[in-house]
Design a protein around this ligand. Sequence first.
Ligand code: GLU
Length: 353
Amino acid sequence: MSIPGLTRLRAARVAVAVVVLAVAGSPGLAQTSQDIEAALQAAYAKYKDLKEGKNADYIPALAKVDPQLFGIALVTTDGRVYTVGDVKSEVSIQSISKVFTMAKVMEEQGPEAIAKRIGVDATGMRFNSIVSIEFAQKELGGPEMNALVNPGAITATSMVSGGSRDDIWQKILAFHSDFAGRPLRVDEEVFKSEAATNQRNQAIGQLMYAYEFIKDNPQRAVDIYTEQCAIAVNARDLAVMAATLANAGKNPVTGKQVMKADNVPEVLAVMATAGLYDDSGKWLYRTGLPAKSGVGGGIIAVSPGKFGIAVVSPPLDEAGNSVRAQKAIADISAQLGGNPYEPQAPKLRTSQK
Ligand code: GLU
C-alpha cells in the first residue's frame, strides 16, 4: 500500500506517534493517586538522610549549592502533578539542557540531521572527552558521538538557526520554557562561574570546528551552550519537561504541543543510550527508562505514555549522577510499573527482585 507523500518508514513513524498519543490520552497508569503519592513518600523517607556523594565542584558555583536539597516530582501524561520534598528551590539544569537543544535541532532540521552531523552512539568515554573527538574521525573507525556529551552538545547548540546570538539564545530559552510550562531564567552566578572556568569546553568547541562538525563561530556556540546549562529549574519544572516527552511532545500541564510527536522516539533513544554518563547501560538495565542527568544534581526520566519524573539532589556519585535521584527514581518507577520493557501489565512491586 502506498501512502502519498510518505515513505514507508515515515508512515510507520507517524503510526507509532499516533499510538503514543492514543496511550497518552488515557490515564496511562494503572495506579491510583494514593498509590503514586505513597510511592513518592516512601522513596523520600527512605533516602532523605542518605549522605553519599558529593556536589560537583569543577564549576565553582555548584559546590555552594545546599547538598541537603531533595525534591521529587512526578507528572502523569494526563497532567496530574505529585511532589514531595523541596520542589521549589532551583538548581542549574546543566547537561539536562542537552536533551532539549538536541530536540530543537530535530524540530528545525529533522532527526537525521543529528544522526548525520553528530552521531547517535555511546562514546564509551567521559562526557567531556577530547579523545572521543579524535576517535570519531571516520578513518580511525572509533565510535561516533552523540548530542548528550559535550562535543556533540556544543555542536547541537551551533546547529540551532538564528541571525544573531540573541535570536538563537531566545529560541533555546523559549523552547526549554515551553517544556517546563513557565518562563525560565538563567542563574547568572552559575553562568559567570562556568564561563570563567570552561576552558576545556572552549577547546572542545575549537576542535569540533577544526574537524568541521561545527560550521562557524565555535566561541559563540560554547558561550550559548554555557548559558543554556545555567538555566534555573526546580524538580517540578524538570518533571513537567520529562512528562512532555512522555506525552508525545505535548505539555500535559499547559496543553501546548511543544515538539512534534514524530521526533520524540529519537530523543528518547539518545537518552537511553547516553543519558547517565558512563553508567547509562547500568541505569537502563535497572530501570529501562530513558533519562538524563546533570551535574547540578537533577535527573529526569521518562516512562513513555505514563509519566515523567524528576529528582533534584546535588551530591553526585563517581559517574557524575545524583545518588539520591537515581535511587528514588528507580524505586518509584518500579512501584508504578514504569519500565517500558516490562512485558506484563503494570503491578505494584518493589525494586528489589
Ligand atoms: N555545563 C557542564 C559542562 O559542560 C555540564 C556538564 C553536565 O551536567 O554533565 O561541563
